[in-house]
Design a protein around this ligand. Structure first.
Ligand SMILES: [Zn+2]
Ligand SMILES: [Zn+2]
Length: 428
């Protein structure tokens, strides 16, 4: 059974359920239609939930209009429709300014619901527009490329950081697999590449819970991993991309990850150091090969780099006994990170300052964490072994369908590819 369906089935009428982690998780999405030809059910579902005659504001771009937008408008011909078709090329840049413009434009038409037809950018913009107007949004997904459809946040590109804003999640998400099957190949690769992050999350979230006491939902961390393993396990060479089972299982993994983020109220179940690095590459415009400049592909490449770095570190763990007082003294004596900051990272200095101002630092926190590290060292080593195997197999499967894993293919020099990594602890 699909992971996302199992999740939805547990929800009580208020959209929440009591989890074994001790918290009550709730989500705002009420329904997901996923399967071949489900788009045809749109008018009936809309009538069932909102009656007929609701004013709809439809957001798409040139490409997604051709993929499903025009068909939605045909299906909804008897509804009062307005909307916006953004240009397809260059791809619309997801900025808060654009979201604001669209919200003003939509407000003039006084819609009762926003219908987004597209993938990550359109879905994020649509959720934000609906949130601004205080009305619900629905989403028709056109590609298995992102986990944004069921998430409760929208991500916008700023000058020095990605801004993640919490918005009302889409009330209904429609994944017509016969529409999504026609998405360009890089969109499939992007969705698959993004899944590698779930393995690093499996390690980093548990590490942070054990060392810093961060809240952890064991079920969320397990579900994220298992839902990612399934589609990656179906990959067997380039032809496997065309398999309907692969599309269904990839869509399931992306929907599930979105739900996990929505219910945790954070991106913790989906992203870790690899996402931070890929965001730096994007914002600093370091990726020279436009064709590969897609979120999930950058995440996949960054995951591979993190794997190499982690392998080195975790290999040292068995011998890495820590003299806690000496280490705390050494940390206290360290010069400020701002001295000698790599000029390539200068634009992120403000971001780092704000992250660090919220972090728990100082001798007492260091001592507590280092002592926890001493205690947990062995268990962390075992956990890392499992995660590295997952990642290695995932990378091999993606290589097998033609995804490159070297900086050069992405049009990055070794120096620019390396840039974010020494700074990740300052960036999140
Ligand atoms: Zn992602
Ligand atoms: Zn939980």
């Amino acid at each position: 059974m699909d992971f996302y369906r199992r999740y939805l089935d547990r929800l009580e009428p208020d959209g929440g359920f009591d989890c074994a982690c001790g918290r009550r998780h709730s989500i705002g999405t009420r329904q997901v239609l996923a399967g071949e030809g489900v788009l045809g059910e749109l008018p009936a579902l809309l009538r069932e939930r909102h009656g007929s005659g609701l004013r709809l504001w439809v957001l798409s771009d040139r490409n997604t209009e051709a993929a499903a937008g025009a068909r939605c408008k045909e299906l909804l011909a008897s509804w009062p429709l307005s909307g916006k078709v953004l240009p397809g090329k260059p791809k619309p840049r997801p900025t808060l300014e654009l979201a604001g413009e669209l919200a003003r434009e939509a407000a003039d038409r006084s819609p009762g619901l926003v219908l987004s037809v597209g993938s990550g950018v359109i879905s994020d913009l649509g959720k934000k527009v609906a949130h601004e107007l205080g009305i619900p949004s629905w989403c028709v997904a056109t590609a298995p490329s992102v986990d944004a459809y069921t998430s409760g946040n929208s991500v916008f590109k700023g000058h020095s950081r990605h801004q993640t804003l919490w918005v009302s999640p889409s009330e209904v998400v429609i994944c017509d697999l016969s529409v999504m099957a026609t998405a360009p190949r890089p969109m499939f690769l992007s969705g698959l590449g993004d899944l590698l992050a779930k393995f690093l999350v499996h390690l980093d979230w548990q590490l942070s819970a054990r060392i810093s006491g961060e809240y952890l939902c064991p079920e969320a961390v397990r579900t994220a991993r298992e839902s990612a393993l399934r589609p990656l396990g179906l990959l067997a060479g380039p032809d496997s991309l065309a398999s309907p089972q692969l599309l269904a299982s990839l869509t399931d993994a992306l929907l599930t990850t979105g739900f996990l983020m929505q219910s945790m109220g954070s991106s913790r179940p989906a992203s870790s150091a690899e996402h931070t690095s890929s965001f730096i590459w994007e914002i600093a415009e370091l990726v020279g090969n436009e064709e590969l400049n897609l979120h999930g592909l950058l995440v996949a490449l960054a995951s591979r780099f993190v794997l190499e770095i982690y392998r080195e570190f975790y290999r040292l763990l068995p011998e890495l006994a820590v003299d806690v007082p000496a280490r705390v003294r050494a940390l206290e004596a360290e010069p400020s990170w701002e001295r000698g900051l790599d000029p390539g990272m200068a634009r992120f200095a403000e971001h780092m300052r704000s992250e660090l101002s919220a972090a728990e630092l100082g001798p007492a926190a260091w001592e507590r964490r280092l002592s926890a590290f001493q205690r947990e060292r062995e268990g962390l080593g075992e956990l890392a072994g499992l995660v590295f195997r997952d990642l290695e197999q995932g990378i091999a499967a993606l290589r097998g369908i033609g995804l490159p894993f070297d900086a050069q293919s992405f049009g990055m020099t070794p120096a620019s590819a390396y840039l974010p990594f020494p700074h990740i602890h300052l960036l999140r």
